[in-house]
Design a protein. Structure first.
Length: 388
């Protein structure tokens, strides 16, 4: 780099908590923080290092503490997707065992239903007795910015939490016409499905941090506690999926609320571009954040006589934003520098132009560098990836 040799040594994350002179340190980006005297941070560090999952903790509750109607609902949802699904002929106990929701604690020599089973199918009183911190806060904040315009505090099982979050999003977000291939799709519902299934399946349920779903005028976002495996913005081109709560993720996949691991991010990118013309952000940290940009029309109140007009406005705004990406790709059929591309699109500030428009295209590999081994080269140019 600039005439010097830069030696990079990757130190992998270890499975054990290490001490130095009797003190415990935690890595935060490039800093080592002494957390010895902070019991909460030490607990979180041990939790991240643990080879087991918090939701696999075996409880003393029995099948009678679960809701049989929810288990039957899961059974019917799998049968509707796969006619001969094994769960269709299983008893409730067999279904839970096959999903890894009944386990044996070798240390206590205790077999029973796990926290994951209680979160998925438990009665509300059962959930509150083992996880009193479990809560999801849905907020609509467009007019009253100091408080909120509408709110739903959700304290129940994950299946009905998912339903209420979807209903809240559908209540406050418009659903413009979007065509995918020859079929019309609800890009709004596709986005909501992905961000809610991700938030519920990968949340750190040991934390007292209240999970949130917030709709604002120019964006919506989710926040949830997270056992992070890195820090910063995740990019779809380099993202490596990691299951945070495998038994919950498995049930979500079986009943059709989620797909294979890692597909949620790709789908969210795809449908956000169709819905608002923007690019979503996924920020990995001790609190995981998903941010979806919105057009102003997305949160407008839609009456019976306004729907046609609003849909036209949405389509116009989306078309305007998407055109910038299309314009870049069309201009870069021949190689051009960053400054040339920004000037062609009418932007003077190349830094903000790069972050808002070029970086998403590079991340999804529709735009590529002519000198990929030297991204900061003064001779760097960009060309459309016509091989996709």
């Amino acid at each position: 780099m600039e005439g010097h040799i830069l030696l990079v040594i990757q130190v992998p994350v270890g499975s054990q908590v290490c001490r130095h002179h009797g003190r415990i340190f935690d890595r935060n980006h490039e800093a080592d923080i002494d957390i010895t005297d902070n019991s909460d941070m030490v607990y979180q560090l041990y939790a991240r290092k643990s080879g087991s999952y918090f939701v696999n903790k075996v409880t003393r509750f029995q099948l009678c503490d679960l809701r049989s109607d929810l288990i039957e609902r899961a059974r019917m949802m799998t049968a509707s997707r796969t006619a001969n699904h094994p769960w269709k002929s299983m008893s409730d106990e067999e279904l839970l065992r096959s999903a890894g929701l009944i386990l044996k604690d070798q240390e206590r020599q205790l077999e029973g239903i796990t926290l994951a089973a209680i979160l998925l199918f438990g009665k509300d009183t059962t959930i509150m007795s083992v996880l009193p911190q479990h809560k999801t806060d849905a907020i609509f904040r467009v007019e009253n910015l100091d408080r909120y315009d509408d709110r739903d505090v959700i304290i129940t099982n994950l299946l009905e939490t998912y339903d209420r979050l979807i209903a809240f999003g559908q209540k406050h977000l418009s659903d413009p016409f979007v065509q995918e291939g020859i079929h019309s799709v609800s890009a709004r519902d596709k986005i909501l499905r992905e961000i809610f299934s991700n938030s519920l399946a990968h949340r750190d349920y040991s934390s007292g941090y209240v999970a949130k779903f917030v709709i604002e005028r120019n964006r919506l976002f989710t926040e949830n506690a997270n056992r992070s495996h890195g820090h910063g913005i995740l990019h779809v081109s380099s993202f490596e999926p990691y299951a945070k709560n495998p038994p919950i993720s498995k049930v979500f996949r079986e009943i059709g609320l989620a797909d294979e691991l890692g597909s949620g991010m790709r789908n969210t990118y795809k449908y956000t571009q169709l819905y608002s013309g923007g690019m979503p952000e996924f920020i990995e940290d001790d609190v995981f954040r998903t941010i979806i940009p919105l057009t102003s029309v997305a949160v407008e109140k839609i009456g019976p006589y306004e729907k046609t007009q609003v849909k036209t406005q949405v389509k116009t705004q989306v078309k305007t934003q998407v055109t910038i990406y299309d314009e870049i790709l069309a201009f870069c059929l021949e190689p051009h520098s960053k400054a040339e591309i920004a000037k062609h699109c009418g932007y003077k500030n190349t830094k903000s132009f790069t972050l808002k428009y070029m970086r998403p295209l590079l991340d999804n590999q529709t735009l590529k560098m002519t000198i990929p081994d030297k991204p900061n080269s003064r001779n760097q140019k960009y060309i459309t990836n016509t091989s996709l």
